[in-house]
Design a protein around this ligand. Structure first.
Ligand SMILES: O=c1[nH]c(=O)c2ncn([C@@H]3O[C@H](COP(=O)(O)OP(=O)(O)OP(=O)(O)O)[C@@H](O)[C@H]3O)c2[nH]1
Ligand SMILES: [Mg+2]
Length: 206
């Protein structure tokens, strides 16, 4: 029989080699995450639209991760995405999903009609939770830009009304391979990936 130390070591090894499960209700998020990470992380997915508390992006993402880790009893990542308008002190922020559903691209533009400042930023917070008793660790990515009348295919959320700084195309107009090297999601995943590599966790083929 394995000694307690050997058992602990093999439990730790099992955790490190287990797939990391991305829990999300969004097929678009999943596609982007898979395309950004490629085979670098041993990733699996679980389609679940978790209930979300109100609060900051960090607290929403952390609460989703804790709930997902205790529901699945596995290491998980979750993600929260905000679209923040500077003229509105960061709102709609984590409530963008409901604003988008309620007023659409045109309504979101109209919310800024009375302001000169059309600038904003996309903010993504990944939360990694190693298991039901672990505290989530957060990784944030932010891309600056401005809010514009919709241009490009309306396949994913507010992509058509967000023009990242330094580009003349909206997220929706640009090639996915470009979005995935400058996006809020890409920047947050780069930090998550560095953390997992440093700790030898959930590594795939490099
Ligand atoms: O144009 C976009 N480009 C993006 O890169 C992007 N990422 C997220 N979103 C949308 O912004 C809201 C976030 O809400 P959200 O973080 O709660 O996501 P969600 O509920 O869809 O999935 P999840 O919470 O199950 O992971 C939802 O309406 C998402 O569709 C995006 N729209
Ligand atoms: Mg959600």
């Amino acid at each position: 029989m394995a000694t307690p130390t050997a058992a602990a070591a093999s439990a730790a090894q099992l955790l490190k080699s287990q797939p990391l499960i991305f829990v999300t209700g969004s097929a678009n998020k999943l596609r982007e995450v898979q395309s950004i990470l490629g085979t670098k992380i041993h990733l699996a997915s679980h389609a679940l639209d978790l209930p979300e508390y109100q609060g900051t992006s960090a607290s929403v993402s952390a609460a989703k991760a804790k709930l997902a880790a205790s529901t699945l009893n596995r290491p998980v990542i979750t993600e929260d995405t905000c679209l923040c308008f500077n003229a509105l002190n960061g709102l709609p922020g984590p409530y963008i999903k409901w604003f988008l559903e309620g007023v659409g691209h045109e309504g979101l533009n109209k919310m800024l009609a009375g302001f000169e400042d059309k600038s904003g930023y996309a903010l993504c917070t990944f939360a990694y939770c190693a298991g039901p008793d672990a505290e989530p660790i957060l990784f944030e990515g932010r891309t600056e830009g401005r809010i514009v009348p919709a241009r490009g295919p309306a396949n994913f959320g507010w992509d058509p009304i967000f023009e990242p700084s330094g580009f003349t195309q909206t997220y929706a107009e640009m090639d996915k391979s470009v979005k995935n090297t400058i996006s809020h999601r890409y920047r947050a995943l780069a930090k998550l990936q560095a953390y997992l590599a440093e700790h030898g966790l959930h590594q795939g083929q490099q």
